[in-house]
Design a protein around this ligand. Structure first.
Ligand code: AR6
Length: 175
């Protein structure tokens, strides 16, 4: 499904973020050391080749909620934004860090004059963020960025499971 908010088209699809050749910037759910890992991070590093880890580690470490940008090397995209999402915690307020990942990724993509960006469900895998909460923050933050978006016209959430797709669709429908 997709929705238009201001000049942005925001869409949710089920798929693999390493297979989005029509998208300029893809976003990685990385860790603070930017050294590769499992989940979507592992898939992105495998598809991009070994130069990606050199380029990302050179900018490490980062804090939760921060992001850096590298070339995409062997991926069919121009750039990869690496975000360190927060580890979910009920006792600590980490929503602001998750929102910061989406906001900074949008900003870094704008600085490259990118027309499109694709996000996975940051923090909603190994880092344990409940899907509905993660989806709500993702959609809300991207929609907030729509007012000042200039180069970016398309935002694609690429979800790896039916559950994740359903959560993001609900968040986008009710926004
Ligand atoms: N395309 C799109 N989404 C994917 C893909 C893919 N190829 N593979 C997995 N997902 P996770 P996190 C989904 O665990 O929670 C790594 O080790 C997955 O189903 O990748 O932010 C890093 O190095 C889930 O919905 O990221 C960090 O140490 C979502 O992507 C840590 O995991 C995010 O799951 C980050 O954990």
């Amino acid at each position: 499904m997709q929705r238009a908010i201001e000049t942005l088209t925001i869409e949710c699809i089920k798929g693999d973020i390493t297979e989005q050749p029509d998208i300029a910037v893809i976003v990685n759910a990385a860790n603070k050391q930017l050294k590769g890992g499992g989940g979507v991070d592992g898939a992105i590093h495998r598809a991009a080749g070994p130069k990606l880890v050199e380029a990302s580690r050179a900018q490490a470490p980062i804090e939760a909620g921060e992001a850096v940008i590298t070339p995409a090397f062997d991926l069919p995209n121009d750039h990869v934004v690496h975000c360190a999402g927060p580890v979910y915690s009920k006792s600590q307020p980490v929503a602001a860090q998750l929102a910061s990942c989406y906001r900074l990724a949008m900003q870094l993509a704008e600085e490259q004059n990118a027309e499109s960006i694709a996000f996975p469900a940051i923090s909603a895998g190994i880092y344990g963020y409940p899907l509905d909460e993660a989806a709500e923050i993702a959609v809300q933050t991207v929609a907030d960025c729509a007012v000042r978006a200039q180069s970016i016209k398309r935002v694609r959430f690429v979800l790896f499971s039916d559950d994740a797709l359903a959560a993001f669709q609900r968040a986008l429908e009710t926004h």
